[in-house]
Design a protein around this ligand. Structure first.
Ligand code: GDP
Length: 644
């Protein structure tokens, strides 16, 4: 295996980097930015193919190639091609417009390239090649019982984490790490009666985020209520979420070791929320527990298994694969790391998968104890490496026939997603210069693309930014995701006239160069409040400035005279306040305004002066106006910007 540079190969074979990438795509070799990894024999095939193109200006394209593909192959900006198409070829097009072969050939011809059309499979066919479909809810012949997937919810400090920790510590046998269990967002416990999968991200934020993405992951919810505290606001919210999801719940009345514990009161309070526990004649299971002493925990686990039995949860380990992302992050050393819950079928190492627009081949797979595993069946949470970018929590995971197909689908989705968010208008915005841009270009909203290290910070930054608003300027987060700012972020920012803000992530050198070329600003922060403050400041600057007239003084014109060099001068007497050179003024004649403009020069006995105050005589000249008469009244004022 060696790492290779696309740019170096392009130079070596005297072709464009775009030509190299299309050869790589054709051969199904994954690349990341300028780099790709290949075995020695793979590399020789690549070089052989490149050799065929040496010095030749030939683009290898799939039929139906769109503007973006062609731009990449030509190593040109898509915008330039779009302009060319419109002006030279009278063909209006967008990034994703597939060009008719003759148009594509003419376009490429304009840059001295000819096109060799690929006969093999095309990107547009790719989605049909998915082995697993997302709608895999069909009856499954080989279905077997699977462990229930459990989420713990409840008010803060009621003991969710303690309960999860207690269960993990006492029930998870660590195979590799001498008792230190890896945190991967989910774990499994094994009881004589069966297994349970716990999602280790307590709180309904994760639960709701997943549901918002259409992923119903949880089979059973545990509602933790502290016996000494009773039902609190987040308990009520959790009840709402659980009911809305139609998921059965088991109540864990926690902290019963405390002298002040009052489980009966909790049950009564629940009744008021129409959650009727068995002890009160209802259907909802309730177990008194202590996450501190462990009392009642075995009974809680048994109760969950009983509930699971009633649900008759089944999946076919040999069926089509389907899974969902529980959490994902960017790891400096390992790249995109995702915890996936297998929902259907079996996930194996080296499988090619697509997750939203992310794709890849599974390079490594570990279970919740940190042990390497080769495959994972239904309800098993695993951590995987090998995706090209960080997917979102709640994203569906699908299997693809091979890496090439995974890539084609991922890229197609990325393009679609990008085009969807593309907006009209192509202003280049800079944070420090917003005010001027607003004045000159009538910019009234600030489009932001947020990139951060983990999903949690993405949501936090987005949440705070969306609050930075006022009547005149709107802050819009047009895209937010995990990972370093990338080329596609730049494209989006450039198209939408936005800027990219990074939190705990920085653009690499290549992306920075790309950003400079596209005139897109990338700002990186490590302190969330600095980020917010900067945006707030920019937004304040963006406010259309408000001015108020501030009266300075009045003067009466008493004598009109002419100076040899300077021309007509209004000999005046300052009646009140002051008259200032450069000030705005109005001149009234018998009450009517005869002039509005500026005081151009102010003289006192032929000397230029800056200002004259009440009781003094002076000579006034106005900007572009000499038609003044004796008796005219000059009112001087200044426009003062008022702050909100
Ligand atoms: P979370 O916010 O719901 O995750 O709550 P934590 O698990 O962080 O617990 C909050 C506090 O309650 C911590 O100080 C725990 O030690 C304490 N705690 C949790 N469970 C119990 C319990 O069963 N008994 C007692 N006495 N304290 C508990």
């Amino acid at each position: 295996m060696s790492s290779n540079s696309i740019a170096t190969l392009a130079k070596e074979f005297e072709i464009t980097p775009g030509q190299v990438t299309s050869v790589l795509s054709e051969l199904g070799v994954l690349f990341d930015g300028d780099e790709f990894v290949a075995e020695a024999d793979e590399l020789s095939i690549i070089k052989e193919t490149l050799g065929e193109q040496r010095g030749q200006k030939v683009l290898v394209l799939a039929p139906g190639a769109n503007v973006r593909d062609i731009a990449a192959s030509l190593d040109k900006q898509p915008q330039d091609l779009i302009k060319d198409l419109l002006l030279k070829h009278k063909t209006p097009a967008q990034l994703t417009t597939s060009l008719a072969p003759e148009v594509a050939e003419k376009l490429a011809g304009g840059y001295g390239f000819s096109i060799k059309w690929q006969v093999a499979e095309t990107k547009t066919e790719a989605p049909k090649k998915l082995i697993a479909s997302t709608a895999a809810v069909k009856p499954i012949s080989g279905a077997q019982h699977r462990p229930p997937v459990v989420t713990i919810m409840g008010h803060v400090d009621h003991g969710k984490t303690s309960l999860l920790d207690y269960i993990r510590k006492t029930r998870v046998v660590d195979k590799e790490h001498g008792g230190i269990t890896q945190h991967i967002g989910a774990y499994q416990v094994e009881l004589p009666e069966g297994k349970i999968t716990f999602l280790d991200t307590p709180g309904h934020a994760a639960f709701t985020a997943m549901r918002a993405r259409g992923a119903q992951v949880t089979d059973i919810a545990i509602l933790v209520v502290a016996a000494d505290d009773g039902l609190m606001p987040q308990t009520l919210e959790a009840i709402g979420h659980i009911k809305a999801a139609g998921v059965p719940m088991v109540i864990a009345i926690n902290k019963i070791d405390k002298p002040s514990a009052n489980p009966d009161k909790v049950m009564q309070m629940l009744m008021a929320q129409e959650v009727v526990v068995e002890a009160y004649g209802g259907q909802v299971g309730s177990v008194n527990v202590s996450a501190l002493t462990g009392e009642g925990v075995p009974a809680l686990l048994e109760r969950i298994l009983l509930e699971a039995e009633l649900l008759d949860l089944k999946a076919d380990p040999r069926g089509d694969f389907r899974g969902v992302v529980i959490e994902a992050k960017l790891d400096k050393g390992r790249g995109a790391v995702a915890t996936i819950l297998v929902q259907e079928g079996t996930l194996k190492i080296s499988d090619s998968i697509v997750v939203g627009s992310a794709f890849g081949k599974i390079k490594a797979m570990t279970d919740y104890t940190g042990a390497s595993i080769k495959e994972a069946g239904p309800s098993v949470p695993v951590e995987i490496l090998g995706l090209n970018e960080v997917p979102g929590a709640g994203d569906k995971v699908e299997a693809a026939e091979n890496e090439k197909v995974a890539r084609a689908i991922g890229e197609q989705r990325a393009t679609e997603a990008r085009d969807k968010s593309l907006m009209t208008g192509k202003r280049k915005i800079s944070l420090g210069d917003l005010r001027r841009q607003m004045d000159e270009e009538d910019v009234k909203n600030l489009n932001l693309i947020v990139k951060a290290d983990v999903q949690g910070s993405v949501e936090a930054v987005r949440g705070l930014l969306e609050k930075v608003k006022n009547d005149e300027v709107e802050v819009k987060v047009i895209y937010a995701g995990v990972g370093q700012p990338s080329e596609s972020d730049i494209l989006l920012a450039s198209a939408a006239g936005g800027i990219i803000v990074g939190f705990n992530v920085k653009a690499d050198a290549k992306t920075k160069t790309e950003a400079e070329r596209a005139k897109v600003e990338i700002r990186s922060y490590n302190v969330i409040y600095e980020l917010i403050e900067d945006i707030e400041a920019a937004v304040k600057g963006m406010l259309a400035p408000k001015f108020e007239e501030h009266g300075l003084g009045t003067a009466e014109i008493r004598l009109v005279f002419k100076l040899t060099r300077a021309g007509f001068v209004a000999g005046s007497y300052v009646q009140e306040g002051m008259i200032k050179r450069g000030a705005e003024c109005r001149v009234r004649r018998a009450g009517e305004i005869v002039y509005t403009g500026k005081i151009d020069s102010l003289k006192h006995i032929k000397q230029d002066v800056r200002e004259m105050t009440a009781g003094q005589e002076c000579g006034i000249q106005f900007e572009n106006w000499t038609d003044f008469k004796e008796g005219d009244l000059v009112e001087a004022f200044e426009m003062v910007q008022i702050m909100d």
